[in-house]
Design a protein around this ligand. Structure first.
Ligand SMILES: [Zn+2]
Length: 410
């Protein structure tokens, strides 16, 4: 814009755009725009009358850029316009960007401005979406020694230093583990050491339990292991497993279930990592059974394969190493996310006989951890029991925990 004493505010003709800012602007911090101190920029001629005029010296500040820069990403090489509206319609759709992740400090300025900017451009017909983003996620801050980590306070932990000392995987895993992503993270140097020890524990499990082919070159279990490798869990042979092996199998499927749920739906990476830690603890707790051969090699191979897959998004370097250690030659990043088997994840079930007036009338199957009330409800819902008590009045239901349900009718 140009200010003319005769014509007022006059826009610069489009053919003369852009107005290039001068170099060597004296930054005096004296207040006002430093551009006013550059006469060859300031003084110009009026596009309308050709008389003397002054240029606008208030340039748009960075908030303007941050209000709309993300639209430019969709058409970054356009030298004719800010963007092609058709490309924005393609990438932004009706609802805008799928997911925005930012700190809470953006909640008032940048986010409000970018919403305003979007609505303004919508009204001008430049974009079709009403909002810049569909979903906002506000991540927590990193706190150290009771204060927000900041250069001003000098309490900054350099990621480079952490990576050099503990490795990139440990540094990343720790920052994901220390708090849910929407909460502030209280940085503890001892915490990252704990994570490093955990990764060492995982690595040693693979070292001690080498690829199953090496151990089982010509054993009948090799075929089953092949199945495990192709992404399928070993056949549900829980009855033939030792109690320790069944516990590992159950924990494996429970872990896949938990990590899948917390990772996808909730972004609670901290509980994902905690679940993998529990699985690794289960393995170490069964060391004697493993050494004695009471845990099938195919199951251990399945566990190893899945731990590598579950760790891959959070500790990719180690995960790739582990993947190769299992004998895999395929690309870990292209491997499908593991699936769990709900039946194998379930707690074991027990069979409880149901008597009606002292006579065996049915059997109910309940989870081993079922409460007396759950057992009672299961007994009363059993078809054979229902038939036996039809038309009669139930006087009493006695549950002998894990053993028997006795129903007295009249
Ligand atoms: Zn003029």
């Amino acid at each position: 814009m140009v200010y003319c004493d005769k014509d007022g505010v006059v826009p610069v003709a489009e053919k003369d755009l852009p107005v290039i800012l001068p170099h060597n602007v004296p930054i005096t911090l004296a207040g006002g725009s430093p551009l006013a101190g550059v006469p060859e920029f300031l003084n110009t001629t009026c596009p309308k009358c050709g008389g003397p005029a002054r240029r606008e010296t208030d340039t748009m500040d960075t908030f303007v850029d941050s209000s709309w820069y993300f639209y430019r990403y969709a058409d970054a090489h356009n030298d004719k316009a800010p963007f092609d509206s058709e490309k924005i319609a393609y990438w932004f759709g009706k609802n805008g960007i799928d997911q925005y992740i930012g700190g809470v400090e953006h909640a008032i300025l940048h986010l409000i401005y970018s919403r305003f900017w979007t609505k303004f451009m919508r009204d001008m017909g430049l974009v079709k979406n009403d909002e810049p983003v569909a979903r906002l996620f506000t991540q927590g801050m990193v706190i150290k020694d009771g204060a927000k980590m900041s250069k001003n306070l000098g309490n900054v932990v350099s990621p480079d230093e952490m990576v050099a000392r503990y490795g990139a995987d440990a540094a990343r895993l720790y920052s994901l583990f220390a708090a849910p992503p929407d909460r502030d993270l209280d940085w503890q140097d001892s915490g990252i050491e704990g994570i490093q020890r955990f990764l060492g524990r995982v690595y040693r499990f693979y070292l001690r339990t080498p690829p199953v082919e090496t151990r089982l070159a010509a054993s009948p279990a090799a075929e089953m292991t092949k199945q495990a490798r192709t992404g399928q869990s070993p056949p549900p042979q829980s009855e033939s497993l030792s109690p320790q092996a069944r516990a590992i199998q159950r924990k494996l499927h429970q872990t896949i279930k938990r990590v899948s749920h917390d990772f996808q739906g909730r972004w609670h990476f901290n509980t994902c990592i905690a679940a993998i830690m529990e699985l690794v603890n289960e393995i170490y707790g069964a060391e004697q059974a493993i050494a004695a051969g009471r845990v099938p090699a195919s199951l251990l191979a399945d566990v190893q394969r899945n731990i590598a897959l579950l760790l891959a998004p959070m500790a990719p370097y180690l995960a790739h190493e582990l993947w190769e250690m299992t004998g895999e030659t395929s690309n870990l990043l292209k491997a499908p996310w593991p699936k769990y088997d709900a039946a194998l994840a379930a707690e074991d079930e027990i069979e409880i006989p149901v008597q009606v007036n002292g006579k065996l009338r049915g059997l109910v199957v309940v989870p081993a951890g079922a409460t007396d009330d759950q057992i009672k409800q299961a007994a009363l819902a059993n078809d054979k029991v229902k038939a036996a008590i039809a038309g009669k009045q139930v006087v009493k239901v006695i549950v002998v925990p894990k053993k028997l349900v006795s129903i007295v009718v009249r």
